[in-house]
Design a protein around this ligand. Structure first.
Ligand code: ADP
Ligand code: MG
Length: 260
């Protein structure tokens, strides 16, 4: 995996007709850090991820990864720069095995540098062996070594989530965007997914921007957190700092906590 620079969002605004989905939002994710993005429904979290991954275009502001602008690039170009988005609903081929789904992601990454691959002129067989080898390694890393030959559609949702995570790693992602990754998972699966994310960061210096409602997970994984409310950043700091901030409690609860 190639190293990457910081993800930096500056003064981002997004308007949908009269709705200000984001208003002058700035945040950064330093290499090797896990940053939480929290806030009540409608705060603008998904809109921000959509802008970063190239699905939506901001009305104003800049987004850079390693000093290179992402605004105006297509989602596949942005993915090719090392940005991997894990979707809420895994986009896998149910009829293929776990290993095959992972190998598809590996092939897709090679597609980004077809010319380079051609200059190297590896035999098709060698390329296939390499894909199998890397896919097996990633399967082990996300805890799916025992399931590599199973048909993906037959596996529990938590397993499919891990395959999706493995796929973005195989596509060369070094900066992950996770949008509520544990929605629909049970306690054991949440514990395992958190562990995998921390291991990927430790072993490969991956950076993560994590949208999450589960504050226990935010405390466990995140170095820093940003809080959005109605399109604006209302707090920034360590998870403990922001989760004890009266403005954040107000945004979530709709009332100022009392000392009583
Ligand atoms: P969150 O992910 O924090 O729940 P969203 O980013 O989905 O919030 O939405 C932020 C605001 O932008 C909401 O008011 C939402 O209704 C509005 N919004 C999001 N996407 C669109 C869209 N495509 N068209 C119009 N309004 C949108
Ligand atoms: Mg959302």
């Amino acid at each position: 995996m190639k190293p990457h620079g910081a993800l930096v969002v500056r003064s981002l605004s997004v308007r949908f007709g009269g709705v200000h989905a984001l208003e002058n939002v700035s945040l950064s994710v330093e290499p090797g850090t896990i940053v939480g993005l929290i806030g009540p429904n409608g705060a603008g979290k998904s809109t921000l991820l959509n802008c970063i991954s190239g699905i939506s275009r901001p009305t104003a502001g800049t987004i850079e990864l390693g000093g290179e602008s992402l605004v105006g690039k297509r989602p596949d170009q942005i993915a090719g720069m090392g940005l991997g988005r894990v979707f809420q609903h895994p986009q896998l081929i149910p009829e293929l095995s776990v290993l095959e789904n992972l190998m598809v992601a590996h092939h897709r990454r090679l597609g980004y540098s077809v010319i380079g691959e051609m200059i190297g002129l590896p035999s098709v067989h060698r390329a296939e062996e390499q894909a199998r080898h890397e896919a097996t390694q990633v399967a082990t890393r996300v805890g799916l070594a025992a399931s590599v030959d199973m048909m993906t559609g037959s596996l529990p949702y938590g397993h499919r989530k891990l395959i999706e995570l493995g796929r973005v790693i195989l596509m060369g992602a070094t900066q992950l965007l996770l949008d509520e990754p544990i929605a629909g998972l049970n306690e054991a699966e949440i514990e395992h997914l958190g562990h995998v994310v921390l291991e990927l960061r430790r072993e490969h210096g991956l950076s993560v921007l994590l949208v999450e409602h589960n504050m226990g997970l935010v405390r466990r994984l995140c170095d820093r957190a940003f809080v959005l409310d109605a399109g604006s950043t209302i707090a920034e700091g360590t998870p403990d700092e922001v989760l004890n901030d009266p403005r954040v409690l107000l945004a979530y609860l709709g009332e100022v906590p009392t000392d009583a």
